[in-house]
Design a protein around this ligand. Sequence first.
Ligand code: ADP
Ligand code: MG
Length: 255
Amino acid sequence: MATVIAIANQKGGVGKTTTAINLAAAFAQKKKRTLLIDLDPQANSTMTFFALEEVSHSVYDVLADHQLPFAEIIKPTKCANLCLVPSKISLAKLEANLVGQFDAPFRLKDVLTPVRKDFDMILIDTPPTLGIMTVNALVAATHLLVPIQAGYYALEGTDDLLETLERVRARPNPELQLLGIVITLFDKRTNLARDIQKQVNQVFGDKVFKTVIGKNVRLEESPAYKETIFTYAPDSSGAGEYGKVAKEVLHRVTQ
Ligand code: ADP
Ligand code: MG
């Protein structure tokens, strides 16, 4: 049964998508059967692997009204062992459609359960909100991974995220565990980044991954070339660091 990791932080631009695509690629390289689910209507994870014209159906078609079986929207990518469930802008409409539906928070979990046996690792990229998509991810997940950007206001909002974690854990998903915090976009030349790192370590202790993701222009460039960091710049610091985070994740989930 796959480990299901929701990658969430309601702040935008903190490295959720970069972490989702490159961790997924790292697991796939380690021969783990990996599925990346894009739950963000902005579809940035999807666009790293496909042109939007190539995406006829998205996760919206499954979550909206079970129009399609989930297995039919799982697309193999050009990376071995890595499949994607694509998003599309139409996902943004789903939020409104789900209002008042008693099973709204469970839609993803319901469709994911039957395919969990087909994968080792499932990663879910989420939008920068604590809305119904992120809640669906947390209800379906076994673990939550939180990227925190080493910049000003880094910790703002983490209280709300952790409160949401507790609420999901209290009722729909008691199994959900905080897998860890990964510090991203770290610029070792600045005092601010080092101060933020200290603060994050004080607040989250051993939940913080030892590996920190530095600022690396190759990480920023690779999606534009429809590549992950492991094919675009395998010798870059970004590839090395995401490889190490993947190792730490595997170590934590198998304990
Ligand atoms: P989110 O999904 O949380 O909104 P992204 O992963 O899209 O965040 O990252 C925001 C922007 O920062 C993107 O342009 C991305 O390419 C860039 N970025 C993310 N991580 C790094 C990094 N470690 N070094 C340099 N640029 C990065
Ligand atoms: Mg994103």
